[in-house]
Every structure is written in structure tokens, then in C-alpha cells.
Design a protein around this ligand. Sequence first.
Ligand SMILES: Cc1cc2nc3c(=O)[nH]c(=O)nc-3n(C[C@H](O)[C@H](O)[C@H](O)COP(=O)(O)O)c2cc1C
Length: 313
Amino acid sequence: MALPIPLVGRLRLPVVAAPMFLVSGPELVIAACRAGVIGAFPALNRRSTEGLGEWLETIAGALTPADAPYAVNLIVHRTNARLAADLEVVVAHRVPVVITSLGAAAEVVDAIHSYGGVVFHDVTTAAHARKAAGAGVDGLILVAAGAGGHAGALSPFALMAEVRRTFAGTILLAGAITSGSDVLAARAMGADLAYLGTRFVATTESLASDDYRDQVVAAGAADIVHTASVSTIPANFLRRSLELAGLDPAAVPGPVDLGHLTRPSRADAKAWRDIWSAGHGVAGIDDVLPVAELVDRLAQEYDDARRRLFAEG
Ligand SMILES: Cc1cc2nc3c(=O)[nH]c(=O)nc-3n(C[C@H](O)[C@H](O)[C@H](O)COP(=O)(O)O)c2cc1C
């Protein structure tokens, strides 16, 4: 259990502000890194590889060695026609941390290792974890049940127990982590880093609309619908946004096979843009605040929880 060398001593708190489609941009990434946690964004949040290069320049230009490193998320899948070109730009900019999703490919890992970059790969099952470990990734992101985006179906305890048995690298844990005491709990379970998505939707620097942020603040865990109907892969969405898109959440089927796609009924409603993703963590989110204040609060809660536990002996 350890952080990869390039990350040692670079973080104020063992936290990653996870990459989120249409939500994370340079402002959020820069604010997170300046606050001392890893900020990340999906490469596909820009419509072109040139656009990706521009964002990388903006981010690298704004950060100093005193800030935490930043990360880019690459979708490693045959449907991502931009992968080769985006990877080239990522290598040219020597992006410190690359988060791969869907596929873990040794060629991608080798390209990032060639300049000293770190690769984390997200998984929802132990079988995928074994495959990614075989591709040589530095760390595995265990996406447990209740996470925002393409959530897993397993308890974090079960996933952690299974993966730890065979993987000695860095472990990141994701799924409904919203407070500093949650971060400490993830560390206690054996994670090196906590991976927080939904909590960062409700920050002033996120690209989410005010309505989206308000829904995250207003929602409880029961307002999250887990379905494959919106994005083909099972994902968690805000019930209210499904309703506003003309879908009846009660009629939305549960997880189904990949490829079983039913389209939203409102012809122009688009997944992620109009139907908003969030995880069960909405239960612990009561406000929208600047990233710096959020990280201060997480750090305070983390320290308080640690002191409380030690005091209890
Ligand atoms: C709106 C939204 C969009 C997301 N988009 C992506 C994405 O493009 N790529 C990715 O790897 N993960 C994506 N995720 C998943 C997050 O990176 C992370 O795994 C997850 O949010 C962690 O769970 P939490 O939301 O409960 O904290 C997304 C999550 C949300 C909420």
C-alpha cells in the first residue's frame, strides 16, 4: 500500500477530485490542485484533440510545483476514435497522472510510463482489476456501489477485500465519499487515496448548471436512479432530471445488458447534458461552495475524525 513516487509529498489530503463528463474543466482542476488535491478532467470534455491541448496548456501554465499534480481521463475503447491522438498530446504535455477507463492497454500504460507519468485505472469488479494489473497500471480505482457516473454494484468492503488479495499497487476508493471522515474511513479500509466525484459537482468551479447543483444539494440517496437505459452502461442519475427529461423513473428498468439501449423519451434530451449523474453521496451534500473551502473543510473533518478515533483509543 503506497502512493507512486511522483505523488509522494505532493498532496495536502489523500483525495482526487474525480473526472466528470461535462462537469470538470480547467477552473475546477486548477482550484483542486492549488488546494492540494489531485484535480482531473475527461479528455472528451473538449470536442477536439487541439482543444484538449489548449486545456492542458492552461492548466500547466496556472500550476506551480507547490501545487498537487493534475490528471486527465482517457476512455480506452474502440469507440473512442480520438484515443491515439489524445494520447499523443497527453504524452507531449507529460501529464502527471492519467486515469484510464473501460480498457486497460499495456501500450497506453507504456506510453505514459515513458516520461514518468502515473496511470490509474478504474474498475468495478475484481476480474477487471486483474486485467488492469496485468497491463501494468500503477493504481486501481475501485468504483463501488452508489458512485456517481458508471457506478459499480459491489460493496466497497467486498471490492477492497478481493482486489487487495492480488494487487499490491496504489488503491483508490470511489463511491459516495463526501466528507473528511469518509476519506479517513477509506484510508482505514486500505485505500491510499479517496476518489470524490459527486461532492465536486456542487462547487462553484464545476461546469454544472445552477439547476444541476441545486438538485445535488436537494437530493437524498433515494433520489438516485441506477439504470442502463440512459447511457447503455449502468449509471446513477438524479431522479428529478429524469422526470424533467420526460422519463418516468419508476418505469426506467434496472441494470440491463450492455447494448440494450432505450432512448430518453424527450427527443432532444441528452444523457449527461440534460439527464444529470450523481451518486448516493448526495445524501451528505448540503451546499455549493468554492473548491478551496471544500478542501479546507475536508481537511478539518479528516483531522477531527483522526483525533476523535485516537482519543477513543
Ligand atoms: C456527472 C459525472 C460524470 C462522470 N464522468 C466520468 C467520466 O467521464 N470518466 C470517468 O472515468 N468517470 C466519470 N465519472 C465517475 C467519477 O470519475 C467517479 O468515479 C465517481 O463520481 C465517484 O463516485 P462519487 O460520485 O460517489 O464520488 C462521472 C461521475 C459523475 C457524477
